[in-house]
Design a protein around this ligand. Structure first.
Ligand code: ATP
Length: 449
């Protein structure tokens, strides 16, 4: 695991964390879970804009990682799996962070993140009176069935890949895949983080998109290079600029217990460079462990050479919440406008923008034809209809939602059957035929005809 304070680089001035958090709450992208009860630390809810953004990120990942690949199969496994899964993987014994307690203020911290810990409120000089570090297991557990005893304890998965390994044999057989091939899934993961912080960056419940690529142990390096480059391209295509993206290899002391080699893909958040994705060489660790713990043979035979071997695994593991947060930070901009006004605009790429187009009739009197246009566009995209208030204010609201196009239906539209399309970033306006709106948006959104 990495420290949150590795390097506090100069973050883009526009995207201050407070501004992003406040916009997210105000516009309903992301807000605290259980808000009316004061919230619950480390848990977040995604509102109407947030869920669309997150779904677009997930859909793009699925498209690239599963649909476009002959050699990757999809999976959707249970969140709670057989408890032996987590004994075999080593999570029950080793998935922990070092924790210290302050004897004075009674607060609890991660021993490797003390640099940004708040000062002690009980001592005169603000310094903590810390205990020795102890291992704190991050697995969240629950009880299954009516009897609460050790035999019914189960774990909420700390990473989604556990079932990929336990389902490996069945999926390989049903999909008639040969090594090398991968298995991918998107789903919730849970970690009882000691200090959830930096908004959704470190949460206790979050979503991961993981792909485990099973290959011959001799070809691991080759596949590690392949997947590193595929995954970097994915982030570029999401709209991250080169200046905000970098890779960082793990030092030997940073590697997780199952890991031989790892690189992080990092994004420059307002709070510094931080991991959004990990690419890991897990060797044959997982399938060897599950063979031992289950007694089921998970080795394969190479049909040509007749060699029998336990496949090695190259893993790509990206956080959907962290990626969504990075996209929001990268997109956030405040800009001066003519006349001394300013606007906040989310420069999200059209591919992941929650709303693709807004339909804005100039007057409520024009609502009928404008609603007809909205209904037509809604068959293809998430579009928004708004006929209330001043048009400038309506544009501003759509800028904050990151909506790339606003289509205005005015009184002339009735006679000339044309509408005005306003583009979010340059704020240019263009008059186009009503019947050409679908084709226009398709092209501008980068979709194939
Ligand atoms: P960190 O060092 O930040 O704790 P990690 O190295 O433990 O992360 P992995 O186990 O490699 O993370 O998990 C893969 C991805 O899952 C991470 O790159 C991140 O995007 C996401 N992730 C992990 N922990 C959290 C969390 N507590 N909250 C949100 N996302 C997370």
């Amino acid at each position: 695991m990495s420290a949150d304070t590795r390097e506090q680089a100069d973050a883009p001035a526009a995207a201050r964390m407070e501004d992003v958090v406040s916009l997210c709450a105000r516009r309903g992208y992301i807000f605290q879970s259980g808000e009316i009860y004061g919230g619950i630390n480390g848990f977040w809810d995604y509102g109407p804009l947030g869920v669309e953004l997150k779904n677009n990120v997930k859909a793009f990942w699925w498209q690239r990682m599963v649909r476009e690949r002959e050699d990757v199969e999809g999976l959707d496994s249970a969140i709670i799996t057989h408890p032996r899964t987590w004994e075999a993987s080593g999570h029950v014994a080793h998935f922990s962070d070092p924790m210290v307690d302050c004897r004075a203020c009674k607060k609890r911290f991660r021993a490797d993140q003390l640099d940004d810990a708040p000062k002690c409120t009980k001592s005169k000089d603000g310094s903590h009176d810390l205990t020795e570090p102890r291992d704190f297991n991050l697995m969240l557990s629950t009880q299954i069935g009516a009897h609460a005893d050790a035999a019914t304890t189960a774990y909420l998965r700390a990473e989604t890949c556990g079932s990929i390994f336990t389902d490996f044999r069945r999926v390989r057989e049903v999909a008639r895949q040969k090594i090398p091939f991968g298995m991918a899934q998107i789903g919730k993961a849970f970690r009882n983080e000691i200090n959830p912080r930096n908004f959704t960056f470190r949460s206790r419940e979050f979503e991961q998109a993981e792909m485990e690529f099973f290959c011959h142990p001799d070809s691991t390096d080759e596949w590690f290079e392949h997947w590193s480059s595929v995954r970097l391209d994915f982030h570029r295509d999401l709209g991250f600029s080169e200046a905000n993206l970098r890779t960082r290899p793990h030092g030997p002391d940073e590697l997780a217990h199952y890991c031989k080699r790892a690189i992080d893909i990092e994004f420059l958040f307002p709070f510094g460079w931080q991991e959004i994705e990990g690419i890991h060489d897990r060797g044959s660790y997982d399938l060897t462990q599950h063979t031992e713990f289950s007694g089921k043979e998970l080795a394969v035979t190479d049909e040509q050479t007749k060699e029998r071997f336990v496949p090695a695994v190259v893993e790509t593991s990206v956080g959907i919440d962290r990626t969504s947060l990075a996209l929001l930070c990268a997109a956030y901009a405040e800009e001066p406008l003519e006349g001394g006004e300013s606007r906040t605009v989310m420069r999200l790429s059209p591919r992941i923008a929650p709303i693709k187009a807004a339909i804005l009739p100039l007057s409520k009197k024009l609502s009928e034809p404008a609603r007809r246009l909205a209904a037509d566009l809604r068959k293809r995209w998430n579009v928004f209809y708004d006929d209330a208030g001043n048009i400038g204010r309506r544009y501003r609201r759509m800028d904050e939602a990151g909506t790339p196009f606003c289509v205005t239906y005015d009184f002339d539209s009735e006679t000339d059957q044309q509408v005005t399309v306003r583009e979010r970033d340059a704020m240019t306006q263009e008059r186009i035929p009503l019947e050409g709106v679908v084709a226009y948006l398709r092209e501008r959104l980068g979709e194939e005809a």
